[in-house]
Design a protein around this ligand. Structure first.
Ligand SMILES: [Zn+2]
Length: 254
């Protein structure tokens, strides 16, 4: 099977992808602190893995290609821990628009931006009207867990959804890049605002900016001690199934 990854294909193969009206998956992620036990690349590694596996699942009947992952995003809230890069909003908008305009110039028509980092969500949603005005592309955007058609809380013991360097991300890393998980540091890998009132705490009224440093000493929000490979296998399958279903759903482009 030929690769689904843009960077592994020739320009000629990519011209053929555009001629076949392939959907471009554009993974957007982050490089940022992920506690004492996980590398800074977690969001980039996981987002790209879900995109690659989802694209490989459907490529035999649905033309698709995975663009190189945008590894820098909006991560001001992690800067205090070190190990973190961040854009500001105007730079992020400019970089994304340059990538989208490149795709447009190569005659791609449909782009699904697949996000792997919570800190990007507000900016991405804010950019969509501008991108619709400034390109002729059909652009859709979602964070990869949003495609899940199975409730991931059924897999989890300690949390309802994705937090940070947590039960979810650590379990996924145990499957996608197990050699990068420092298991000897897991006993320290918990903290932050968790439990039933976490959502109200993070989204208090009025809104305010908060550094993760003010919320968690470890850099973790959640409890990575609950992570396991078995959970990681199930979570990965849920995410890949959800993305593959979305790619096969023509209504996505109505
Ligand atoms: Zn993360």
């Amino acid at each position: 099977m030929p690769s689904v990854m843009w960077r592994e294909l020739t320009a000629e193969e990519l011209r053929a992808k555009a001629a076949a009206d392939a959907v471009v998956l554009l993974p957007v992620a982050s490089i940022e602190q992920h506690g004492p036990h996980l590398p800074t690349g977690v969001d980039t590694i996981l987002c790209e893995a879900v995109c690659r596996l989802g694209a490989e699942r459907v490529v035999a009947d649905t033309p698709v290609v995975v663009a190189p992952t945008l590894w820098c995003g909006m991560a001001e809230h992690h800067m205090a821990f070190g190990g973190t890069f961040t854009f500001d909003v105007p730079t992020y908008r400019s970089v994304l628009l340059a990538l989208l305009k490149s795709l447009e110039r190569h005659d791609f028509k449909r782009v699904l931006i697949v996000n792997g980092h919570g800190g990007n969500i507000a900016a991405l949603n804010a950019f969509l009207p501008d991108f619709a005005r400034e390109t002729a592309l059909k652009i859709r955007c979602a964070t990869y867990f949003a495609f899940a058609t199975t409730d991931i809380s059924e897999v989890l013991e300690d949390q309802k959804g994705v937090q940070h360097a947590c039960e979810v991300e650590t379990s996924l890393m145990m499957v996608v890049a197990p050699e990068m998980v420092k298991r000897d540091r897991l006993p320290e890998a918990f903290g932050g605002v968790t439990g039933p009132s976490a959502r109200e705490s993070w989204y208090a009224v009025p809104s305010r900016f908060r550094s993760f440093r003010d919320v968690t000493a470890s850099g973790v929000n959640g409890d990575a001690r609950r992570a396991s490979e078995a959970k990681g296998e199930r979570l990965l399958a849920i995410c890949v199934d959800g993305l593959a279903d979305a790619l096969r759903n023509a209504k996505l482009w109505d």
